[in-house]
Each structure stands twice: as structure tokens, then as C-alpha cells.
Design a binder for this molecule. Sequence first.
Ligand code: SF4
Length: 460
Amino acid sequence: MFLSVFDIFKIGVGPSSSHTMGPMVAGGRFLDSLRARPFRTHGLRASLHGSLAFTGKGHATDRATILGLAGFLPETMNAEAAEAVLAENRDTKTLSPEGLGDLAFDPARDLIFDFDRALPGHANGMILMATDAQGDVIYQQTYYSIGGGFVLTEAELAARGDDTRTDASPKVPHPFASAAEMLHMAENSGKSIAAMKRENERVFRTDAEISAGIHHIWQVMRDCMDRGIATGGILPGGLSIRRRAAGIHAALKAEAGMNLTAPHVINDWMSMYAMAVNEENAAGGQVVTAPTNGAAGVVPAVIRYWLDHVPGASERQLDDFLLTASAVGGLIKHNASISGAECGCQAEVGSASAMAAAGLCAVLGGTPQQVENAAEIALEHHLGMTCDPVKGLVQVPCIERNGLGAIKAVSAASLALRGDGNHFVPLDSAIETMRQTGADMSEKYKETSLGGLAVNVPNC
Ligand code: SF4
């Protein structure tokens, strides 16, 4: 399966790609399958399992499921129209998706958080059901939200089997399925990772479409960050977490003209950029998965740091940054995971940091070996990081954690550029270690909020 730059970087809504976007996408797919069937549906039902049940309330999975079953999609969702549909559903206990009439759906009865039964295919499982006039189930489909907004049915998950390939479609000119293959092909072709990725993308899109799409992605990232920088107040969800990016930005701007600013203050800029994105995500705003919503701040923060603070940086190289980052993200997704529910936060913020490190190293002139080294350093030093969001909200530790992921990414790129590309731990080994560590990790630390900070921080 080919994994495009536009699969890794997708426009959606917060706070979670797996728990908000995924269920909404699943709802849309279920409606499509109902439209293709001859029987008349009278009502809908949904049951959420595993991590979707345990942290679904904090991640707005209930709201996303209702909106998905009403016909909303993450990329095009209009916030006002969504609120109107939710309000109408509260009054009428029905949903009216296009082409299917009025369907009974009372969230108190028809949206089930099943804490007892995890589904076998993945930690984020959900079953969507159609019912007849008597309320009996006449059709159902199981969906898995596998991270980054990707959704598979049970059959698709089974068919995926052991195929862990990413750019390794027979159709593309540079079919690499591992970092070792990617480096080998770069050496043989004399091309950069970004150039190979672009040639792979060209099988499916024109050059102009690729560049326009990438610049649109950056525009949405930048708008999201700017909204975060301009917005104060308290985040929703009940933890009374104050938005900090706006205040930090104001303080940094005020200090900007002073002579005696300490060099480490650049870290505050990077953290602030990332936190602005993740505060928007926590507030349910529009974000770009990079590669997930929870880790959405790292890549844009590193790009903004590069564009606004590094001499000689130019938006003309944005394509190279994001194409390189997506090549690394694709390798991690297919050879391990980008899902916190599957492998902990090492798979989300760790992957984002590796992607950002690779992108930055590439635009700063790194060779393919240095780029691979940068990604490896960033991923290696996130290994073992658990997912333990307090109250199931994508706020603590997630918002600050993106800032630290951005700082590590910049350090990793810089360290890699100090070397010649030769290094001890291959990126493939770091990815495989992340996969094994995730498989061995207690379920408590995989987006269930049953361990770690989630049980040690009072959240009343
Ligand atoms: S702790 Fe990490 S993986 Fe878990 S929700 Fe937060 S950002 Fe995502």
C-alpha cells in the first residue's frame, strides 16, 4: 500500500486523530455502506471498545461518533453546523444523514461505552449498527481506528496481514519499505529522500498538485498555530487548564529587542509554537495530523522555528521538509505504529519528533544518511514513553510534550549534521525497538488513562 504525504498530513479536527477523527470517518463509511444496501434503516447504534471506551469521553469520541453518523467529515466539518446538529439530536433523538431519512439515535441509549469487551483487532474498536423499526440490529460493521485518522474494517485489517510496506508499491519508482532500502535507493539513484518521495507521489498526482497540496497543508498548520498564539482562556474538559501559548508569545515578543536574552530562550519559542497548535487541538479546533492530532504540534513548530529563526530558510523548501518527514512517518507507521493506543506516546510524539528531525535535517542540507540519523536520534530518545493523559483529555502531558518533542527534533537534526551520516543504531532498529516496546507495554500506558500521570495527578 502506498502511503502518500497527504495520508500522513491530513486536515481534521481535535482533539484526537484516533479517538475523534477516526470515529467520525468510520461513521461516514458506515453511512455509505447503508446507502448501498436495499433495506430500509430505522435507527442507528454504536458501541465503543477498548481505548475508545476508556478515554472516549475526554477525547470527544461520543460527539465525533454522533457527527460522523450525521454525515460530517473531519476535513470539511463546519463547527456551527455541527453544533446545530448536536442540539437538534438532543431534542429529537434522531439523526438525518443525507439520503437515509430520519434515523432514531438517542445517545443515552444508542451510544454504548463498553468497558468490558475489547475487540480483537486493535485497541480502538467500534461497532456501528443499523436497526429496524423494532430496534433489532439488521446490519453491523466493525471498524478499527488505527491512528492518524486511518480507519479499517475488520476485513481490511485482516487483509492487511503482514504487509508492512509503505512506499513499496510496485507502481512507484522508488519502492522502499525500510530505512535501509530507502538509503540504498538514494545511493543508487543519487537522489535525496524528498526527490524520491516526490517521484513516488507523481504516480498519483501532478507536480503542481503535490506542491499546491503541501502548501495548503502548511497554511492550515500555520493558521492553527496563529489562532493558538492569539487565544487565551481555559481549555474545555474540566481540568481548568489555562492556555499558555498566547502569554508566552507576548513575553517573548517583549524580550525580543533586549540584548541579554539567554540562548536557551529559543527553546521557549519552539515550545510555544507547538503548544499553540496543541491548545487549539485540545479545544477541538482544526489541525493537521502530523502524524496524529495528539502530536500535531511538533512538525509545524519545527517548520516555524526554521522559517522564522534560521538564516536562509525559505518556504520554497517546504516541499522537501514535508516530503522527507512523510517518508519517515510512513516507515514508522508501517513497520511499527503511530498510535498511542497501540504503542504509547513514543509512537505519537516520538514519531512526530523523528519526522520533524528528518525534515529539518533535509532542508539544512543533510545527506540521506544524515537525515536517517536525525530521525533515528529523535526516535531513540523517545523510546518507552507512555501515553497517560489525565482525565482522558489530550492536554496533560500532551501539550507540553509536543514542545519538548520539537526541541528534541531540532537537537537531533543538529547532532546528525555534526556527523557524516555513519552512526551506531540504524533507524530500522529504533523503529523495531519501538514496536517491541509497545507490544510489551502494559495496557495501562496505552491511552486508557488507567496508569501514570492519569492516576497520580488529582484532577478534581
Ligand atoms: S500522551 Fe501522547 S499519545 Fe497519549 S494522548 Fe497525549 S500526545 Fe497522544
